[in-house]
Ligand binder design. Sequence first.
Ligand code: ADP
Ligand code: MG
Length: 428
Amino acid sequence: MGLFAKAKRIAASDPRPNGEWSSPWGNWAHQHRGLVIGLTDDANDTAAAQHNPAISGKESMAKSTDEGFVKFTNVQKSYDGKVLVVKDLNMSIARGEFLTMLGPSGSGKTTCLMMVAGFETATSGSITLGGQPINHIPPHKRGIGMVFQNYALFPHMTVAENLAFPLQVRGMSKPQQKERVKAALDMVQMGEFGNRRPAQLSGGQQQRIALARALVFEPEVVLMDEPLGALDKQLREHMQFEIKHLHERLGVTVVYVTHDQTEALTMSDNVAVFNDGVVQQLAAPDHLYEKPENSFVAQFIGENNSLAGKITKAVGGNVEVTLADGSVVNAIAVNASQPGEDTLISIRPERVLTDVSLLPSEATHVEAEVVEFIYMGDIFRTRLNVAGDSNFVVKSRNTPGQERLQIGQKLTIGWHREDCRALDMPPS
Ligand code: ADP
Ligand code: MG
């Protein structure tokens, strides 16, 4: 039995890796096998796919599509014809970009990725790849590499055979295959492991092989769905840098899904924050962290202090907010700006100063009482009661002479107005 036929048989008998892959994909194994390695059933199909400008026609692709290389226009998705799990998604991913879809479980990230991959079709709207609509192109012909949390390696093949598989069905000559496989293995520092089987590798090693296999045929787009979710913290952090550096070296377009905000900030050029099927904000990591546009993003990305209040004055782009205990703070009007409106003000823990002599007189000053002090080595994390809220956190670096606050201590804290943002009060 040839390699291809054997792999087909194995894939067809593969148990579905986890619940997420259950019911909707009747011919899951067939599609999955195709998608994982971006191959087609026969060389003609492959040739056709390779000649499809949506997949590989580099020359025929207009320059303008570089900006919107993967593009969602008014995309909606409903599985049951009632509830929209993706609501009017508009998003452009540039060629070579590393875009992360970040959001809580159930927010629609995987659904969006599956629509690009072709496992799911959009209920309405269009998705284009290199300017060409992909609705009518089946998954296995999209020339997209894919990496899953569960690796999805072929268990009965060696590592080298797993990697050679997509090349073999593309009709690549044996010596060329060998060269590519070696390069791909070296790329993920697994050069010595070609003869092992997946079961003889650790989780981290298997994920590296899955990564190499997704990249070995040089796809233009690689989709990754929580690829590091099964790894322990240390390895996960290590792999984050590896994937990031690989992306920088190869310049391949990556669409990455995670629910881990640190991972998203570390790895991405841009992050789309999903909640309830809607992109809440799409921006570069620093912009997202420092300039959240609504309360959901402020809370979801990084640690955030939010205090409830009412806008009592609005001047230009700024507002004066009165907190529960009557104290008054200044903030930038972001998506709450009308006098009388309820708001949540948002301020990052590291932007709060406990030494207000460092602040100009027009900055915000409020009274606080220390509830908890935690020594974390590089930083001190102090929890305060501010305006009746005892979850207000201040982070200060453990620099020479940095004061350690005492529980019960009363003090005045403060911050620059531009670090404080007046955001929507979410419905309770
Ligand atoms: P995420 O990847 O952000 O966790 P998903 O895209 O998997 O979110 O799911 C979005 C919503 O769609 C959830 O409410 C989920 O239950 C639902 N959903 C996902 N896949 C299916 C499916 N095949 N059939 C029905 N509902 C689904
Ligand atoms: Mg998911």
